[in-house]
Design a protein. Structure first.
Lengths: 170, 439
């Protein structure tokens, strides 16, 4: 009829748990990289927002007739990467690649050169740790309202994120 | 019955803490959490993994602590629940790749899934919160184990299902302490002993005993094991344990034998005392005794009248949880009780929540399992008077009359309902006093 555990057992379990959790949080979770948001909570939080409303046309990009996915990068990805990425989006998605300088080659999506970062400012793109041009994406819906804007240095590998947001605002 | 119940309770209470149970759960949790971590890390989201794990752990610790305090035993799946609560906190991330973005309302159904990211300090903040919560639960569980081990070391079965203070303090040994009681009048070698009913305390009989005492009859009015001021006395509350406690009360006062007066379920106990030690009983006066000529019909009637009674008899876990929650809220409920039961004297209404679930459950079961009252009424070992109430809807007069009792049993029918023992103290004192010999 004795209890199956001695009274010190829960405290020993707790000590083990504290060690493991501390390791998970403090060791395994890496600090933000230079392209990440200084506050990790703000990066890829998946939350569909009711952000600012952008102008009907900005740097040649027309907003308002359908959702627009703006991809921000510092250098042009390869054509193959972009093709694969666009193939992972809902059919008919309007995609624009925003770069700080002209690409050196033709790409399968329209490119917007925005060295001054006007588009990034208009959609409220977060500023990365190094303060440079953002790498990530923003989604503007058919009512020209910004629904999502996040840094994502691995955006080409994480197409599911843009697919979900674009699919939700169509 | 009492020892079997005790064994069942122990087995049920200790099952979540068995080493084998904990080890397989640990293996499952470690494997599943590793997979989850790799999935998050694979999409560069270590941060989101840790936040939801820590939030889930915090909520789980709060739940397990509350369960231990309410049910007076550890919750099931102590370790597997870590995974369960983590999945609860993170499920919006699972449906996100399926095309469902996060919305604010998900805070309400996913342990603050959206807002939890914005705690100051981020994951370090959550680490502190989660460790504080799980540390508090570990201390509580450690204390519970220590207290149960202390009871076993004292030769008692561990108190399982004794909520409130019983979670953190050992129950006292009823072999070494006498039932809490009040005495009225000159207590001699043959006093009146007035036994209360289920979910009641000595307050049932105090006004009657006071009148009897003033008339020169010595009275002892105990709180039975697990009830009222005897709430911390004993760890099992079956009829055997209760009868022994009543006999020890007589020994304590040097009483050779007693005139047992009982109300409702207390009559079952009085019959158990008479059956166990007839030489210690001079007479029985049974007021609205819980004995039934048609047991299935009466049991169905009880079940209809009280959800808690039905759930307890069916061993539904919800019964212990509801009763345990009432234990935690006892001071508040005791204040509210007189308003909720305006027809009941305020002291009696307040006493309605002064008991542990284990005591309530054992008393309730003893009405339906091995209830000795019918046999005692058919073959009375001592003179018996039965008082029935004409408007009693708990024990219908025909429940008793159709047994039928032996011709030697005196049956008195009075106007009133099941609570006549506490609503008509003058009448009770007159009836009892007239049937009490030398006191």
């Amino acid at each position: 009829v004795r209890p199956p555990l001695p009274p010190w057992a829960p405290l020993a379990w707790f000590a083990l748990l504290a060690a493991v959790l501390s390791a998970v949080v403090l060791v395994l979770a890496p600090p933000p990289g230079h392209l990440d948001d200084p506050d990790p909570a703000q990066q890829r939080d998946g939350l569909l927002r009711s952000g600012p409303v952008v102008a009907a046309e900005l740097l040649g990009v027309r907003f308002g007739s359908r959702p627009v996915l703006l991809l921000f990068d510092r250098n042009a990805p390869s054509a193959e990467q972009l093709t694969s990425y666009v193939d992972g989006l809902p059919d008919g998605s309007a995609v624009r690649l925003v770069l700080p300088q002209e690409p050196e080659r033709d790409l399968p999506v329209p490119v917007v050169v925005d060295a001054a970062g006007r588009l990034a400012e208009a959609v409220g793109m977060p500023e990365p740790v190094d303060g440079g041009f953002p790498v990530g994406y923003a989604v503007v819906d058919a009512d020209r309202q910004v629904r999502y804007a996040t840094l994502d240095p691995e955006y080409l590998d994480n197409v599911f994120g843009a697919r979900t947001i674009v699919g939700a605002v169509r | 019955v009492s020892s079997a119940l005790s064994r069942d309770r122990q087995a049920q209470a200790y099952r979540p803490l068995r080493s084998r149970t904990l080890l397989w759960q640990l293996a499952v949790v470690l494997a599943a959490e590793t997979v989850l971590y790799l999935v998050y890390a694979g999409v560069d989201s270590h941060f989101h993994y840790a936040t939801h794990l820590l939030v889930g752990l915090t909520a789980l610790s709060a739940w397990q602590a509350l369960f231990l305090l309410v049910a007076a035993r550890p919750a099931r799946f102590q370790l597997l629940a870590v995974l369960g609560f983590h999945l609860w906190a993170m499920w919006p991330d699972l449906v996100f790749p399926l095309g469902v973005p996060h919305h604010r309302w998900m805070d309400w159904v996913a342990l603050g899934h959206v807002s939890s990211h914005y705690l100051p300090g981020g994951d370090a903040g959550w680490l502190v919160v989660a460790l504080a919560a799980s540390g508090a639960y570990a201390l509580l569980l450690s204390r519970w184990l220590h207290v149960r081990a202390a009871e076993v070391a004292a030769g008692l079965p561990p108190a399982i299902g004794v909520g409130g203070a019983g979670v953190l303090r050992p129950q006292r040994d009823p072999r070494r302490a006498v039932l809490a009681h009040e005495s009225f009048g000159p207590v001699t070698a043959e006093p009146l002993v007035l036994l209360h009913g289920l979910g009641a305390t000595s307050t049932t009989w105090v006004p009657t005993a006071r009148r009897l005492g003033e008339a020169g009859h010595g009275c002892l009015v105990p709180d039975l094991l697990g009830f009222g001021s005897s709430m911390r006395l004993g760890t099992v509350f079956g009829l055997d344990a209760q009868a022994e406690a009543v006999l020890r009360l007589l020994d304590h006062h040097g009483a050779r034998r007693a005139h047992l007066v009982a109300h409702s379920w207390g009559c079952v106990l009085a019959a158990a005392v008479a059956a166990r030690a007839p030489e210690r009983v001079a007479r029985l006066t049974l007021v609205t005794p819980t004995v039934f000529s048609d047991v299935p019909a009466a049991r169905a009637r009880f079940a209809r009248r009280s959800w808690l009674a039905r759930a307890t008899l069916e061993d539904a876990p919800a019964a212990g949880l509801v009763c345990g929650a009432m234990c935690l809220l006892r001071p508040l409920l005791a204040r509210l009780a007189p308003r909720l039961e305006p027809d009941v004297p305020p002291d009696v209404a307040r006493a309605g929540v002064q008991h542990s679930f284990a005591a309530y459950a054992d008393a309730l079961r003893s009405m339906w399992q091995d209830n000795p009252l019918a046999e005692v009424l058919r073959r009375p070992p001592r003179p018996i008077t039965v008082v029935l109430a004409s408007a009693d809807e708990t024990v219908l007069p025909r429940d008793v009359l159709d047994l039928p009792p032996a011709p030697a049993v005196e049956v008195v029918e009075v106007t009133g309902d099941h609570g006549v023992a506490y609503t008509e103290p003058a009448l009770m004192a007159e009836l009892i006093g007239a049937r009490t010999g030398s006191t």
